[in-house]
Design a protein around this ligand. Structure first.
Ligand code: FEO
Length: 400
């Protein structure tokens, strides 16, 4: 239970949100945490706060270590409300005129959020702040995950407070990576990347390059969500590099919805075609899966085939939902195709094809459109579509 001492004079005073299951549309079936960090030195610093309705817990955790009024300064690494919702109460409690350090964009956002004339101090990459015996340095990390985002490094200890980056929506009795179930930890870390950070993959690669050039070798990485990385902090940095590169792997997903099981039968035939080519494939019924889990599966799959029935001359609304969500997350390096059953007009397959192409997918094979219930010939066409996609993926991987 928090507060937890994570290093000499450094505490995680954040909170665990065991019950959250929907984080602005992202399924968080393992809950989450809002981590906040207290550094006790000649000056006392608080890094980030928590969601508004958890602020009493935050203040109680701080009070177990030090009277909150003794906090000398606050650092806001990121202004999204899960980290700043509690800020007005914190500032009120510690003293409204205490210095509040943030990036230039952070200051703008904090004013927009709270309209408070706090004692702002803007910081930029390379700026340092002495706490007495130890020093903090700042690194702006724009768009990871908002334009205001930044990292704070406790230099002498090489502890990196990384805000959203390297986080996971995972509530757990474990505090550190060496205490956590690795399966749950890495699944949630990957899901977090796929749903929050994937659109910014090029910026992540540049950031990793810059951090390596600076010779930064953190002893611990402390994100604002989930488990802290201390056993091998570079493992998550290296995973971020791999995920950001979006190198395709020999795996496919067949994502579909269905009205009367016809498109479902087509999905199964496409999946069988992929398997016949030696490409592991997974059919995913959209109404049995959350969109945030589908994008997690899609992130490193080399191919994705989408199936949709036609409803009122449109693709099925759930298919449109997933495609819209996926398009915004900008997955790269995908081979794709479309299929679907229809009754009398059958526009869905063409519309799905257009969306996948607009996402930058390489469209392969011949899309399959079948009226009503697929017959043996129709199923064969779907099987062949799966084979074509599988062959195209294997060719791409061989030529990579
Ligand atoms: Fe955890 Fe972008 O907020």
């Amino acid at each position: 239970m928090k507060p937890i001492k994570i290093a000499e004079g450094v505490w995680d005073v954040g909170v665990t949100d065991w019950n959250i299951r929907d984080f602005h549309g992202y399924s968080t079936y393992s809950g989450s945490t809002y981590n906040a960090f207290l550094i006790i030195d000649e000056k006392i610093a608080l890094i980030d706060t928590v969601k508004a309705h958890f602020v009493d817990q935050l203040l109680e955790h701080i009070a177990q270590i030090v009277d909150p009024k003794k906090i000398d300064l606050v650092i806001s690494n990121h202004t999204e409300m899960d980290h700043t919702g509690g800020l007005p109460r914190v500032m009120h409690r510690i003293g409204e005129n205490k210095p509040l350090y943030c990036s230039k964009m952070g200051r703008k956002n904090l004013v927009r959020h709270f309209s408070q004339p706090w004692n702002y101090h803007e910081v930029a990459s390379g700026n340092e702040l002495s706490l007495g015996r130890r020093n903090l340095s700042f690194l702006e990390t724009r768009m990871l995950h908002w334009p205001d985002s930044m990292f704070t490094l406790l230099k002498e200890d090489q502890i990196l407070f990384s805000s959203d980056a390297f986080g996971q929506h995972l509530a757990s009795p474990a505090q550190f990576d060496d205490q956590a179930d690795p399966g749950a930890l890495w699944l949630q870390a990957k899901k977090y990347f796929a749903n929050i950070l994937l659109p910014y993959a090029p910026k992540i690669l540049k950031l990793i390059e810059d951090v390596e050039a600076m010779g930064l070798a953190p002893s611990m990485i402390c994100p604002d969500h989930g488990i802290l990385w201390r056993k091998d902090p570079m493992a998550i940095v290296n995973a971020y590099r791999d995920w950001a590169l979006q190198k395709p792997v020999k795996r496919a997903i067949v994502v579909y919805d269905t009205m009367w099981h016809s498109t479902e039968a087509m999905a199964e035939a496409v999946t069988a075609g992929l398997a016949a080519e030696g490409v592991p494939a997974q059919p995913i019924h959209i109404r049995s899966s959350h969109r945030s889990d589908i994008i997690t599966e899609a992130m490193d799959a080399g191919a994705m085939v989408f199936g949709s029935p036609t409803l009122n001359n449109q693709m099925f609304p759930t298919v449109a939902d997933v495609l819209t969500y996926m398009k915004g997350l900008r997955p790269k390096n995908k081979i794709a195709a479309a299929f679907g059953s229809y009754g009398w007009s059958g526009e869905a397959v063409k519309l799905v094809h257009q969306e996948l192409a607009a996402m930058g997918c390489e469209m392969v094979g011949t899309d399959v459109r079948l009226p009503y219930v697929p017959d043996a010939e129709g199923r064969k066409a779907c099987f062949d579509l799966g084979r074509s996609v599988g062959q195209a993926l294997k060719a791409r991987l061989e030529n990579a």
